[in-house]
Structures are given as structure tokens and as C-alpha cells.
Design a protein around this ligand. Structure first.
Ligand SMILES: C[S@@+](CC[C@H](N)C(=O)[O-])C[C@H]1O[C@@H](n2cnc3c(N)ncnc32)[C@H](O)[C@@H]1O
Length: 279
């Protein structure tokens, strides 16, 4: 198992470097490779500055639990697990969880949280573009919070890796923005985040769309330093995601709207459950 992916002899992992080379010309916001990952790599900013609503996480985990129970899932692979927002509650519910993320700092935080709760979770520092699980290891795989469409995830590679990591009859659940409904206008938001410690982070978010992806530049200023994060998110709609999943070998699909099975008029997020066939 690769132990230190963030830097290899001072260079960023191949996926980050490759993504940078691919987009540096067409995305002028992107000036340095580290801007693709600065929220995750070498800091705990993601956990501290991007506060999820616990209520959202609760609904997400409850839905996963319902789906997993119905299908007899015991082992779960959490792809791009971050600091364990889903891995940890799923482990508490009794699932055998493996979480992978290429950011050492995220994995380190996830491990620390799990050990504080005496949970046995396998957290690996691994690039999701080359998932190393051969031999059909898991009953279920998840990739949460729009991460599948976000560079430096190369979604066709991740989907193929998820497929081969699953046992026959296994399921892959992905969660994405409902891009079909999103307003694609350029916009800018300014605001402050105040951490529990009292530390204040100024945040400027600038968003624009091309016909294939959203570019979101997030500039954080704190303690006299400025950090820029550039997120390129592919804006596939549900049919396009299903096509990608089908290309990898998944055969049956279920759609959830904001984690509900019933069709809703304006769901902000869509979840797709894809089934790996038995044979
Ligand atoms: C938006 S966060 C989501 C984290 C978690 N799934 C959640 O819902 O809280 C995206 C995560 O993807 C990870 N990531 C991005 N590209 C990756 C790749 N190619 N391989 C592994 N992890 C990746 C980042 O390090 C970060 O932790």
C-alpha cells in the first residue's frame, strides 16, 4: 500500500499533476496544482471551514442504512471518504467499513476520530483513480457529496475501480448535484466563517460554468494568509451518469431524490444506485 501519496519527491501525486496539465490552459483560475486540492491536502480546513449540517449527514446515513439493510450489505467501501463523515457513522451501525482518500491529512483526521470512538475502520491513503481492490471485495461502494464529478477524480476510472471492487450483486451509490436544475449563471459570494476557536476566515466564492463543468474558485483569507482552491466539477445529468455506470458494467439503477425514493419536484441532489450483476 502506498504510504505517502501527497508528495512524491516534492511532486504532487500523478492525478493532481495530470489534472493540472489538462486544465491549466482552459481554466485560467488554476495557477498551481495545489489549488486543486488545497482544502484537503496538508490542512484540516475542510473539517474546520466547510461545516456540514449534521442533519444532512444524518439523513444521508439513514438512507444508506435502509438501502444496505434491504440488500444484506455488510462491507462498504467509502471512496474519497474525507475525514470519515459517512465511514464513521456507518461503522457505528455495524458495517465493516473501508475508507480511501488521497489526502493524508484527511485520512489522518478520519483515523483519529475513529480511534477516539474505538472503531475498527480501514482507512487507506489511496488514489481513487487507481483503486487497488481486486477480487470483488465489497458488498457496497459509496462516493458522496458530488465528489465523483470533481477533478482530480477521473470519473470513468473511479467507476471502473468501484465496479471491480464490488462483489457480484454489489451496489455503488453516488450522490450528485441535480445539475439539470442548477442556475448556470456566473456568481460571486462573499462571507465570513467564524470557527469555534473564534478564528475568522473570509471567504470569496466565484462560480462560472462551461457547457461541461462548473469552475468554482474559493479564496480563503485567515491569519494573514490567503489560500485558493479551484474546484472543477463535471455537470453530468442523471442520464449521463447512468450511461457512464452502464459503460463500466453496472446493469440496474435506482434513483433517489434528496435521499428519498419518491420523485420530488425540485430535488437539489440526486443519488444513483447502480447494481453490479451477479454474473
Ligand atoms: C468534497 S470532499 C468529500 C468527502 C466525503 N466524501 C464527504 O462527503 O464528506 C472530497 C474528497 O475527495 C478527495 N479526493 C479528491 N480526488 C481524489 C482522488 N483522485 N483520490 C482519492 N481521493 C480524492 C479529497 O481529498 C477530499 O477528501
Amino acid at each position: 500500500m502506498e504510504d505517502k501519496l501527497e508528495f512524491i519527491e516534492g511532486r504532487y501525486t500523478n492525478s493532481i499533476q495530470r489534472t493540472f496539465e489538462k486544465y491549466r490552459g482552459e481554466v485560467p483560475e488554476l495557477e498551481k496544482p495545489e489549488q486543486l486540492v488545497s482544502l484537503y491536502i496538508g490542512s484540516d480546513l475542510w473539517d474546520r471551514a466547510i461545516q456540514f449540517s449534521d442533519a444532512d449527514t444524518k439523513v444521508e446515513v439513514e438512507t444508506l442504512d435502509k438501502i444496505f439493510k434491504k440488500r444484506g450489505v455488510k462491507s462498504v467501501l467509502d471512496i474519497a471518504c474525507g475525514t470519515g463523515r459517512h465511514s464513521i457513522p456507518l461503522s457505528k451501525l455495524g458495517y465493516d467499513v473501508t475508507g480511501v482518500d488521497f489526502a493524508l491529512s484527511q485520512i489522518a483526521l478520519a483515523k483519529a476520530k475513529a480511534s477516539m470512538e474505538n472503531l475498527q475502520i480501514n482507512f487507506f491513503n489511496m488514489d481513487a483513480n487507481s483503486l487497488g481492490f481486486k477480487g470483488n471485495s465489497y458488498d457496497a461502494a459509496i462516493c458522496m457529496f458530488s465528489t465523483l464529478g470533481e477533478e482530480p477524480m477521473n470519473y470513468p476510472l473511479v467507476i471502473r475501480g468501484a465496479f471491480s471492487s464490488l462483489k457480484p450483486g454489489g451496489i455503488f451509490l453516488t450522490d450528485n448535484y441535480n445539475w439539470a436544475l442548477k442556475n448556470r449563471k456566473s456568481e460571486e459570494h462573499r462571507g465570513n466563517i467564524v470557527l469555534e476557536s473564534g478564528m475568522r476566515i473570509e471567504r470569496v466564492m466565484k462560480t462560472r460554468f462551461t457547457d461541461k463543468y462548473r469552475v468554482r474558485e474559493t479564496i480563503l483569507t485567515f491569519n494573514g494568509t490567503t489560500q485558493k482552491y479551484v474546484c472543477i466539477t463535471h455537470t453530468l445529468n442523471t442520464e449521463q451518469w447512468i450511461e457512464q455506470l452502464r459503460n463500466a458494467g453496472f446493469t440496474e439503477f435506482e434513483i433517489y431524490h434528496d435521499y428519498e425514493k419518491a420523485q420530488k419536484k425540485d430535488p437539489g441532489r440526486i443519488q444513483i444506485l447502480a447494481l453490479k450483476p451477479q454474473k
